[in-house]
Design a protein around this ligand. Structure first.
Ligand code: NAG
Ligand code: NAG
Ligand code: NAG
Ligand code: NAG
Length: 492
């Protein structure tokens, strides 16, 4: 038996070792060259990131690009970072899990509006009673809350400074107004009081301007002693209700707009942090983009700061995108032409230089780019392919506990630096957009739970959403008149 085994295995053993020998001889030069190529590829296709840089910093490091910008620029900061002037009220901060629930509601709301073209109120009624909507915290955003980017504008005469979140996913600009007949949440700036402004006017119910509210916020305006009353509901159950008014808006010293239409909010609730309201940058008539079209030609751009301790910008007009002559634009998607949202055609995704094998039909849902949604939501098939490739490229790292809908988390507590595979979105028109090194992960608690900030949609036919984490550090140029969007890396 023993002899038999040895003798019968001998030829096989010999064969195998010879093969190995031959292969290693033949492969020597090849293997050497191969390793170099792989290393070179890894260099090209990964970002090296200092683990400590992923954590929020306590000091503000403003972007050095801001002062050199020509155009009408507002500084953009993260609502809860050290560059924000807002008071941080920790006691009212919802947990990260609650914030992700809000984010999913916002995403579902966008997908619902897109699919049914029905009103927001109906969505919220349909949702009410569900766990997600009853557990919604009454106030304040959190460490990575939705709509987390803010700018400061001037309103009224004399001018009052107001800090507003900006939102490409909605149209009407509003601020909380005295006397807060319903109720106002706590805000950092003094609440705007129209009775102290010499330039405020109520819009009457009979004015044709009042009926514009139907297409914008999507809710039937009502009347209060002949004053037009607006109501806006957001996907996360936040809302603002009040008088539709006209007022002087000051963006910069040289950019002043008389007769800017806005909501003077008497009853406001939701996740607006300590901000005074919202700046609407959607595609409808009532958005700031349309109301300032004569001046800025429907062009604006922004760069969301890569970290919460740096600054970005929101710039209006031709000065936007200093590289406008050289950047490549991708056209707006035809399937969103009647929507307030900015839709694009995503054609493919690459991870670490490799194009994922995703059938093009998977992307026929289209994609909406939104400044207010935190995560990027992909069709399930696309997300699964992304996750597999990402995990493969990150296989040397210890995985951490999953968190809420984030299922690809890492524990980097024993690392100083990490290599993250580059993620590239390919849009129609040959436009490849590489995510910034800070545009891939969300840090949940500490470096022991750092999660890939993408998720899969529930249904294959839901629209994809390009969220604000993935837009960090990119200059996103909206040429609304030209129906196209361009991207420039390193835009802040
Ligand atoms: C800014 O742009 C305006 C109009 O395009 C131009 O007249 C002006 O010279 C520019 N300023 C600077 C500092 O580049
Ligand atoms: C605007 O209309 C409301 C409701 O009719 C009224 O209470 C308020 O005083 C009006 N404000 C101004 C400045 O006219
Ligand atoms: C994983 O670790 C091994 C061994 O340390 C190394 O040779 C390899 O290059 C690493 N792979 C990646 C993708 O970083
Ligand atoms: C989308 O898919 C879901 C589940 O697969 C289905 O219930 C729904 O009817 C579909 N909606 C549309 C508009 O196709």
């Amino acid at each position: 038996m023993a002899i038999n085994t040895i003798s019968s295995s001998f030829p096989r053993l010999f064969l195998v070792s010879t093969l190995v020998f031959l292969c290693s001889l033949k492969g020597l030069g090849f293997a050497f060259e191969g390793r170099e190529t792989i290393e070179k590829n890894l260099l090209h296709h990964t970002h090296t990131v200092q683990v400590s840089s992923l954590l929020p910093s306590t000091t503000c490091t403003p972007s050095t690009k801001d002062p050199h910008r020509n155009g009408s620029s507002l500084k953009v900061v993260h609502k809860h970072g050290p560059c924000s002037q807002l008071n941080q009220d920790k006691t009212k901060t919802p947990t990260d899990a609650e914030i992700l629930e809000q984010d999913q509601l916002r995403a579902e709301f966008i997908q619902y509006s897109r699919r049914s073209k029905r009103l927001g109120g109906e969505f919220l009624r349909r949702k009410s009673g569900s766990k997600a909507s009853t557990n919604i915290p009454a106030n304040l955003g959190g460490s990575f809350g939705t709509n987390n980017y803010i700018v400061t504008v001037g309103l009224g005469t004399p001018k009052r400074s107001l800090t507003l979140v900006f939102d490409t996913g909605s149209d009407l600009t509003w601020t909380q107004c005295q006397p807060c007949a319903g109720s106002c949440y706590d805000q950092n700036d003094a609440i705007f009081d129209p009775s102290y402004s010499s330039t405020y006017t109520n819009i009457t119910c009979s004015s044709p301007l009042c009926s514009q509210l139907i297409s914008g916020p999507g809710n039937q305006p009502t009347c209060s002693s002949s004053t037009c009353v607006y109501g806006v509901l957001y996907g996360d159950n936040s809302f603002s209700l009040g008088f539709f008014g006209k007022e002087k808006l000051t963006l910069t010293a040289k950019d002043v707009f008389k007769d800017f239409l806005f909501g003077c909010g008497q009853y406001n609730k939701g996740l607006f942090g300590a901000t005074a309201g919202l700046l609407g940058l959607g595609r409808d008539k009532l958005s700031l983009v349309e109301q300032t079209a004569n001046r800025y030609g429907r062009i604006f751009s922004y760069c969301l700061p890569p970290t919460s301790s740096s600054t970005g910008h929101l710039t209006f007009g031709k000065g936007s995108g200093k590289a406008s002559n050289t950047i490549k634009f991708t056209p707006f998607s035809k399937s969103y032409s009647k929507s307030s949202f900015y839709g694009l055609d995503l054609l493919g995704i690459s991870v670490a230089g490799d194009k994922l094998a995703i059938p093009p039909s998977v992307f026929s849902t289209g994609l909406i780019i939104d400044s207010g949604t935190i995560l990027t939501y992909l069709p399930p098939t696309a997300y699964n392919a992304l996750r597999t490739a990402f995990r493969q490229a990150m296989k040397n790292y210890t995985m951490g506990e999953a968190f809420s809908i984030l299922d690809t988390c890492y524990d980097f507590s024993n690392r100083n630096t990490i290599s993250i595979p580059k993620i590239v979105f390919s849009f129609r028109g040959g436009v490849d957009v590489e995510m910034d090194k800070f545009g891939v992960f969300l840090v949940v608690r500490s470096v022991s739970q750092v999660c890939l900030a993408f998720t899969g949609n529930k249904n294959a036919n839901d629209t994809a959403i390009f969220g604000n984490t993935q837009q960090r550090g990119l200059e996103v140029v909206y040429d609304v008149g030209g129906s196209r969007i361009g991207f420039v890396p390193g835009g802040c």
